[in-house]
Design a binder for this molecule. Structure first.
Ligand SMILES: *Cc1c(COP(=O)(O)O)cnc(C)c1O
Length: 357
């Protein structure tokens, strides 16, 4: 069997959730499980985060999968119902809906009279992506509050700059001011705000990336209390001895400036490894950190093992994980850990397995 696997450390996931709890002890926790739990496997991670107070997902299909797997807690659809069918299913399965625009407000009116639903009312405080403007809130709230089919209303907003110094201040002031006028719970903190700004925790925190052990900040800002959950592991499938002046891979992007030993690893961009990761991107072979050379292929990549002793067919390769942070690899590829982790899930040919150590 092809050796590439995404190994999931469930203990580390639980540790990260406990860390969230310790940072925000008075808030309820909504664990973010969108994008197949950031590439880690939806139901697997729901199990690991079962101590959270609620889950959030993007699609109705994911929400159904969780319910049918037996998770009976609150499940929030982060962009609400996309159409009438979603609304019906959400009511039947007791999903919570974000309501972020007039279309969804009108849709809610079509809910059968014997149905009840909890909603998150999304307010635009500066992200300018989803949500009602602050001026519209009063009117929207009245409609919802007077509707007997609406149970709980949680106000919700999202930060644009929570990863920057003092980046939460402006939007937090907006929502705080607003909440003085409404006696309802509210939620705004993502991972970055959760870690960096206690005042934003409010009634619900919504951690995503930190639960998976990657940083929401610049990669150099390590968070020692977080432990990586996914280890992307493969093996060496070929070794090439090359002479000074010879190239490696497509386009001969890399030319050896000395005689070298090159290991070919079973992992490529069709698996979700970033094609734009340049020569020099870190990778670990048999516990030793070395680097990629040349262009990443669809199914393989090349690694410099010139200075590594005993590398053979089958030597163990860590693309990222417990020995090499996904944030460091992402930084080399000029992206963020979020994108690399999620790419593993959209590249469905990487099997997910539990890491038994
Ligand atoms: C994805 C998402 C989160 C989690 O963000 P992280 O940066 O991963 O912590 C929180 N809230 C909303 C609305 C989201 O879409």
């Amino acid at each position: 069997m092809r050796p590439l696997k995404a190994l999931i450390n469930l203990d580390n996931a639980k540790h990260n959730l406990n860390y969230v709890r310790s940072l925000a002890p008075s808030s309820k926790i909504m664990a973010t499980l969108k994008a197949n739990a950031y590439g880690h496997g939806l139901t697997l991670m729901a199990g690991a985060f079962n101590e959270a107070d609620a889950f959030s997902v993007l699609t109705i299909e994911d929400a159904i999968e969780l319910r049918e797997a037996g998770f009976d807690k609150k499940i929030l659809l982060l962009e609400g119902a996309f159409d009438e069918e979603d609304l019906k299913i959400a009511a039947a399965y007791h999903f919570n809906l974000v309501v972020h625009n007039d279309y969804q407000l009108a849709l809610i009116r079509q809910l059968p009279h014997d149905k009840q639903i909890d909603i998150h009312l999304k307010i635009n405080t500066g992200m300018n992506r989803l949500g009602f403007s602050i001026n519209a809130v009063n009117k929207v709230y009245k409609q919802l509050k007077n509707d007997v089919r609406i149970n709980e209303i949680v106000f919700m907003s999202h930060f644009a700059n929570a990863d920057k110094t003092n980046g939460t201040d402006g939007q937090y002031q907006e929502i705080e001011k607003l909440m003085n006028d409404f006696n309802e719970p509210f939620s705004i903190a993502n991972s970055a705000a959760l870690i960096s700004d206690n005042k934003t925790h409010a009634d619900w925190v919504r951690p995503g990336i930190m639960l998976y052990g990657a940083t929401p900040f610049d990669f150099s800002q390590k968070i020692p209390d977080l432990k990586p959950v996914m280890t992307l592991r493969s093996e060496v499938i070929s070794i090439q001895e090359i002479k000074k002046g010879q190239g490696v891979g497509y386009g001969e992007d890399f030319i050896a400036d000395k005689d070298m030993r090159i290991a070919t690893v079973a992992c490529g961009y069709a698996d979700g490894y970033p094609r734009h990761a340049p020569t020099g991107t870190p990778v670990v072979i048999d516990g030793i950190k070395t680097k990629t050379v040349g262009r990443v292929s669809m199914d393989m990549l090349a690694v410099d093992i010139t200075d590594l002793g005993n590398v053979n067919y089958g030597s163990m390769v860590e693309l990222w994980g417990e020995q090499l942070s996904v944030d460091e690899v992402a930084n080399n590829a000029k992206t963020v850990g979020y994108e690399l982790l999620c790419a593993i899930s959209s590249a469905s040919r990487v099997p997910i397995d539990i890491n038994y150590g």
